[in-house]
Design a protein around this ligand. Structure first.
Ligand SMILES: [Zn+2]
Length: 282
């Protein structure tokens, strides 16, 4: 190999991605808590990284439609996931897990789902992530609180990091549960968000312990916002994403998240069929 070829091999293509969904947290709520210093781990990420204003433009803002878009990059017409009451299996091959295993090679990457809801992100037949569940190296999809999800995700980091590159998706349900029970920005929801921040901190620590923090992109985002009055999320399309690296665009669309992950792994998503409607955020 020529030296010039080695220089051309971008280090970005050698790295890992952890994508974390803090389910059901509006941008206003998150910014209030960040400014109050209530989320020390997320503050650490954003201080040296990027804050991105994310909008939903082509689907209903709920858990199943949101995660289908975050984890595929495609609209409901292609994923079959329109709403949490109207969904089918995402067609074979469209999820990020399948894309990465296919484009990078199954021996070259470990893919992991750690989800806190059996139904929304489960992998049994008939659910959106059925096909993804068959190819990921590990999945966890039991109804779980932030502490348990954080510990399972942390174990996944320690287990898969020594094997090479990894893509780990982590889902925290606690803030949405508190939103349904007490509304957005209630003391109960704020406490739930704080627990999610603590659990995210354990994942961050696992990365730092293995000296992978400079080789691992961490993205934290949400599937939809939450209303303060009616305790639902109708119309809550104003979202956010935080990256642990500087240089990301200040605004984007939920459909841009999947291309961002692919580009961070060095995958030329522009050439993939069906064509992605979004584009990478960096
Ligand atoms: Zn949700």
């Amino acid at each position: 190999m020529l030296m010039s070829d080695m220089v051309c091999a971008a280090p970005a293509g050698m790295d890992n991605v952890i994508l974390i969904s803090w389910d059901g947290i509006s941008k206003d709520t998150l910014l209030d808590l960040l400014q109050a210093g209530y989320l020390p781990n997320l503050s650490t990420l954003v201080q040296k990284g990027s804050f991105i204003n994310i909008t939903i433009t082509d689907h209903f803002p709920d858990t199943m439609a949101g995660h289908a878009q975050i984890l595929t990059g495609y609209p409901p017409e292609q994923t079959n996931v329109f709403k949490s009451m109207r969904y089918g299996e995402i067609p074979h091959g469209l999820t990020l897990f399948e894309r990465l295993e296919e484009t990078l090679g199954t021996d070259s990457i470990s893919t992991v789902i750690v989800a806190s809801q059996e139904r929304s992100l489960g992998t049994i037949k008939g659910l959106p992530f059925y096909h993804a569940g068959k190819i990921v190296d590990y999945y966890y999809d039991r109804n779980s609180d932030a502490g348990l999800v954080g510990s399972v995700a942390t174990e996944a980091v320690y287990h898969f990091a020594p094997k090479g590159r990894f893509f780990i998706f982590v889902h925290f349900r606690d803030a949405a549960d508190a939103g349904y029970a007490y509304g957005a920005e209630s003391p109960e929801q704020k406490a739930a968000i704080r627990k999610i921040d603590d659990a995210t901190g354990t994942i961050l620590k696992a990365i730092q312990d293995q000296e992978l923090d400079k080789k691992t992109a961490m993205y934290v985002t949400t599937d939809h916002g939450f209303n303060t009055g009616p305790k639902d999320h109708t119309g809550q399309i104003s979202l956010w994403m935080i990256a642990n690296e500087p240089g990301y665009n200040p605004t984007g669309d939920q459909k841009d998240i999947a291309p961002t992950v692919l580009k961070r792994f060095g995958v030329q998503y522009e050439n993939i069929s069906p064509k992605y409607p979004g584009k990478a955020l960096m």
